[in-house]
Design a protein around this ligand. Structure first.
Ligand code: NDX
Length: 256
């Protein structure tokens, strides 16, 4: 049966950190090519409807840790912290897999990116789940530790911002529409990447709550993946809408 190999966790986390830096260097200059940054010339055949694409892409991030949690024998009941933290991760991906895709009004998604996105979700789902279920050691009072409580608070706050902002974006379009408008309301009042800001806060909260290398590597990955994307969204809006609110920033309210 499976057991904890600390070397494996270290290797997978380091690779995730390296991928994060690779992404940062790639995506600071050019945005990843989906949604509003997809090039016009792209072949229409190499795409899948947004609903299927997001469902398939994110499913492994839910399924892999959920299966690891369910199939572990003997079941790990102590400490409470491990199961709780693993459930938080699955909870986010339950939303992203089973709720978000069914409401999205996004454009068809490029198959090539879908393939890499799925690979990434398998990789990260395994790393986070495996670490929490087989390796993590927490004292029995971890649930009252300041790292756990403050991290959990950030996680919930970020998730709230993320889900609310996803909703505001969706409401910009009628069903079947694919045009872009100026997002309004919520944190969009202050930043162009409100959904991304929420997601980044969420995963740094998760990293603090788990106080673990894999989770910090994933938070860094998220920052390097969607941080630059918020900046490119911001530039797109400034270029496209002459009446775009001048005081709005890209990712961090009042700062950047
Ligand atoms: N999926 C995370 N890298 C990614 C998919 C792409 O969950 O090869 C990372 C995630 C993957 C990426 C994933 C990993 C890295 C990959 C990358 C592709 C290449 C890259 C694999 C897995 C890679 C290396 C080299 C390292 C291997 O038509 P539309 O779609 O634009 O419509 C949009 C709409 N909208 C508007 N509608 C009207 N008016 C406007 N002005 C509008 N602006 C937007 O709203 C969409 O339907 C919707 C949201 O659009 P957008 O662009 O704001 O968000 P999006 O990027 O689609 O993300 C959706 C949500 C969001 O909440 C975000 O926080 C979360 O997913 N997310 C996204 C990406 C990654 C991630 C979270 C994470 O890292 N945690």
């Amino acid at each position: 049966s499976m057991q904890c190999y600390p070397g494996l966790v270290l290797a997978l986390s380091s690779l995730l950190g390296a991928l994060a830096l690779l992404q940062l260097s790639l995506y600071l200059r050019v945005p990843s090519r989906y949604g509003k940054h997809e090039e016009r010339l792209c072949r229409p055949r190499g795409r899948l409807p947004a609903r299927c694409a997001w469902f398939l892409q994110e499913l492994p991030s839910f399924l892999v840790p959920a299966l690891l949690l369910a199939l572990r024998s003997p079941p790990r009941l102590e400490p409470l912290g491990c199961r709780l933290l693993c459930c938080l991760f699955c909870w986010h991906y339950f939303y992203r897999t089973f709720i978000y895709p069914f409401f999205t009004r996004g454009r068809p998604f490029p198959l090539q990116l879908l393939f890499f996105g799925m690979l990434f979700c398998i990789y990260n789902g395994f790393l986070q789940g495996y670490y929490l279920i087989y390796c993590a050691e927490y004292p029995n009072d971890w649930c009252t530790d300041i790292r756990f409580t403050s991290g959990l608070l950030l996680f919930l706050l970020g998730m709230g911002i993320n889900i609310h902002s996803d909703l505001l974006l969706r409401q910009l379009r009628k069903p079947g529409e694919v045009t872009y408008k100026i997002p309004q309301g919520g944190l969009f009042t202050y930043i162009s990447g409100a959904n991304y800001f929420g997601e980044i806060v969420e995963w740094f909260g998760f990293a603090i709550a788990t106080w673990s290398l894999p989770a910090f590597a994933f938070a860094l990955f998220t920052l390097c993946c969607i941080g630059p994307r918020a900046y490119h969204h911001h530039r797109y809006y400034l270029k496209t809408f002459t009446d775009y609110p001048k005081s709005r920033k890209a990712l961090i309210p009042f700062v950047f």
